[in-house]
Ligand binder design. Sequence first.
Ligand code: SAM
Ligand code: SF4
Length: 443
Amino acid sequence: MRYFIKTFGCQMNYSDSERIASVLEKNNLKPVENISKADLAVFNTCGVRQMAEDRVYGQVHNLRKNNPNIKIILTGCLSNRKDVRRILENKVDLFVEIKNVGTAITKFVIANEVKQSRSKNNRLPRRSAPRNDIYNKDYFKIIPKHDNNFQAYVPIMTGCNNFCAYCVVPHARGREISRPAGEIIKEAKRLIKKGYKEITLLGQNVNSYKDGNINFPKLLKKINNLPGKFWLRFISSHPKDMSDELIETIAKSKKACEYVHLPIQAGDDKVLKIMNRKYDAKHYLKLIKKIELAFEKYKPGIIYSLTSDIIVGFPGETKNQFLKSAGIMEKVPYDMVYFGQYSPRPNTIAWKMKDNVSKKEKVRREKYLNEILKKTAFANNKEYVGKVFDVLIEKRKDGVYFGKTRTLKNVKLPSKKKNLVGKVVKVKIIKANIWNLAGTMIK
Ligand code: SAM
Ligand code: SF4
């Protein structure tokens, strides 16, 4: 059997898909590059916005129409929603929560092989016995099949306890559970030994990680102290839990990248309160100042980058309240902001509130903020010109390599050299654009 995994949404889902691929391959399935050639398609879904949900409906419908015999499994954020199950019940063969993929997918594959084989020759199929570890009830014990051999995601927790008024994650993914630190460190050691250059720790709110007396800064320190050359990243941080200890640890740690993603969501205190974010704009700006000072203290002169998430058009957000988000963007020199036009999500607190900012106005507000972002990102990028940075090369196309700095800037560089993908090279930046940099490799 051949499989194809379609992943929607965030890094968390991409990381989950790496574990799903591992389960499928241990069951002797082979990956294919095109979904039309697959016998089994897995939709790993995202329910954060309606648009992502609609794309799943459209693609599942089309796939079933064009390929009536394909087996379809649906997992991720939408897998447990009754309304979704009702809409797709005749199209999807198995709905499975992500934490159960190990056992559920294995059972499903075996049952289908048996069925197929019976209908063909009335005999049970010959298959190598599935290994015990794929039956393991603990999802984290599945060893993922990483997308490449130089960058890896390592989930450190699942779920979320914060119940931000707009957000479906706590409803779709359940309460927050921290993964044992020993298990995380074991996974990091395995990756470092295999030569991985970049490790990204994942959680909805990594700042609230806790395993006994090991909090997130302590975990970060432990991984930073592992021998080997690698870059360490993490997402996402919640401003309400961003401690001084964590800021100091990030700035001090050699391997932790000079990149902090700190989503503010809105600039107006009343909106933040209704969003249930549990901080105000003043607290957020104080954190940004502390981060800047910490980098200046522990890595003087280093270029660092700050990024955020902002929602536009939250229910009741007035023009003046929106302008407070713009005000934050004028004050913080962001390198990137991920904008989300508010999308009502079932079961959330905001679901009951009137979605009273029109689509047209949400688009206008996003464009307005994007213009500010273009200015700060471009000004920041110009600081790179003439300086030399380590760049992790991710791919090559038409004689040009593409990679990223520790600050997550996209860099393109032409080079005739072969086999640079997956390597960290020294690059002199010669040109700054709004969304990327151009450079030349130095010896
Ligand atoms: N845990 C992270 C945090 O607290 O910042 C974010 C995780 S959430 C899955 C990713 C982003 O999606 C959020 O930061 C928010 O900006 C956006 N988002 C979540 N729910 C949304 C909604 N209902 N409408 C629009 N954007 C939304
Ligand atoms: Fe959603 Fe808020 Fe949890 Fe982030 S912290 S996942 S935005 S509920």
